[in-house]
Design a protein around this ligand. Structure first.
Ligand SMILES: Nc1nc2c(ncn2[C@@H]2O[C@H](COP(=O)(O)OP(=O)(O)OP(=O)(O)O)[C@@H](O)[C@H]2O)c(=O)[nH]1
Ligand SMILES: [Mg+2]
Length: 407
């Protein structure tokens, strides 16, 4: 009997022990989870396949996404009264805010100092002479021709000025200078429409094609124009149709990144027409206001390259007409640049000229020569390498800055 009791007690101890062994782990501390790591977008693979679209950097970072706890059996949330959350900290935008475009030409007039020495100081000295004889007028002509105004325009301008001076009889140097300014403005045909066709038409983006010889300033000007458009509240897609060098697309992407614009690019050596086509398609799909297409520099006497440019335009036009074809001309190339320009106008229908590097020349008169020779308005002028050193062209403001009649 006693042995039964002992056996019974032993059995009871074993049962209790087994039960405890089974239940105890439930009360153990759950394993600690590694802290959730912040999600990072995958780094984009290097550009191998055409075309790639580089997303613009966000204007301001969105607050980090709420990280959900990974424990499934979390206790039900306690119904707390709603709390007004503090707004996420405002971060400094990553993109730059370009300077306003209004009045830029006036603000940048000091950049014309080299030309101002000729048109302002030089001509004023001549017009200040006691006697305006034939020799003096010849010198005035030489000065204007030397400043790249061109022979035909110079003859016309000086002829009119002489006539006005003769009628006036006793004009002072300041008055003569003002008359000269009037004649220069007249030679620039101030009635020409210089507005950039950069506004969307019938729900599709405006398409701008940028062309010119090597090193004229095409890519820089694309970047500067994108800034101008963004500053005026427009959205822009840039097409890197210069596929000769990867660096060309990188250069454009750098400009785009600064103002938060998108870039469509292809691999090195890709068909520029295909990249341009894709850029316009992207612009249409994304509903942006303007698509700006940068092209490779090409010499006007390279037939194959000029044909390629014609193809870029034709292919882009499968989406609809190109609204503006801008010819970028380096002002420092003077009369040579004019011949190059003429060939471009035969291949593509140039609708506007951008005269770059006017800050680096004493021959600001090239503006007049360009317009006369091509019959195409100068729409913008480049006055430096800085991002906002591009100004809408205005004949009166330009001449006043050049001749000093604004002082
Ligand atoms: N001083 C001055 N320099 C300028 C101006 N515009 C462009 N440049 C400079 O000219 C050089 C060539 O400019 P890019 O924009 O690369 O010229 P590009 O026509 O795209 O050249 P390619 O693509 O090689 O044909 C750069 O060093 C620019 O900074 C300007 O208005 N003034
Ligand atoms: Mg370029």
């Amino acid at each position: 009997m006693e042995s039964y009791i002992v056996f019974g007690l032993v059995l009871l101890v074993v049962v209790i022990g087994a039960t405890l062994a089974l239940v105890a782990p439930r009360y153990r501390k759950p394993p600690t989870l590694p802290p959730p790591t912040e999600e990072k977008p995958p780094t984009p693979a290097p550009t191998e396949q055409a075309p790639t679209i580089e997303k613009a950097p966000p204007r301001a970072k969105a607050p980090p996404a709420e990280i959900k706890p990974s424990v499934i059996d979390a206790p039900p949330p306690v119904q707390a009264p709603p709390v007004v959350e503090a707004p996420p900290p405002v971060e400094v935008p990553e993109v730059e805010v370009p300077a306003p475009t209004a009045g830029r030409l006036v603000r940048l007039r000091a950049r014309l100092s080299r030309s101002q020495n000729v048109f302002g100081k030089g001509l004023l000295a001549l017009l200040s002479r006691d006697k305006l004889d034939d020799d003096t007028w010849d010198e005035v002509e030489e000065t204007l021709i030397g400043a790249d105004v061109g022979v035909a325009a110079t003859t016309e301008i000086v002829g009119k000025l002489r006539e006005r001076a003769r009628i006036h009889g006793t004009a002072t140097a300041t008055e003569l200078r003002a008359m000269l300014a009037d004649e220069l403005v007249a030679a620039l045909d101030p009635q020409m429409d210089r507005t950039l066709a950069a506004r969307p038409q019938d729900g599709r983006p405006a398409v701008l094609l940028v062309v010119g010889v090597n090193g004229a300033g095409k890519t820089t000007t694309c970047g500067k124009i994108a800034r101008v458009l963004v500053a005026d509240g427009h959205t822009v897609v840039l097409g890197a149709a210069d596929t000769f060098r990867a660096a060309a697309a990188d250069q454009l992407a750098t400009w785009a990144g600064r103002v938060g614009a998108e870039v469509v690019r292809g691999p090195e050596g890709a068909d520029p027409a295909a990249v341009a086509f894709d850029a316009v398609k992207r612009g249409i799909d994304a509903g942006v206001d303007t698509v700006l297409i940068d092209t490779a520099g090409r010499l006007q006497n390279k037939v194959g390259l000029m044909d390629e440019l014609g193809k870029v335009k034709r292919v882009v036009e499968k989406h609809g007409p190109v609204d503006e074809t801008l010819l970028i001309l380096d002002a420092t190339t003077g009369q040579n640049g004019l011949e190059q320009a003429r060939v471009f106008t035969e291949v593509v229908d140039v609708t506007g000229v951008v005269l770059t590097k006017l800050d680096g020349t004493a021959k600001g008169g090239i503006v007049i020569a360009v317009q006369r020779k091509l019959g195409i308005p100068v729409k913008l002028v480049g006055l430096g390498e800085g991002p906002d050193d591009l100004a809408p062209f205005d004949a009166r403001q330009f001449v006043d800055a050049l001749v000093g009649t604004d002082a």
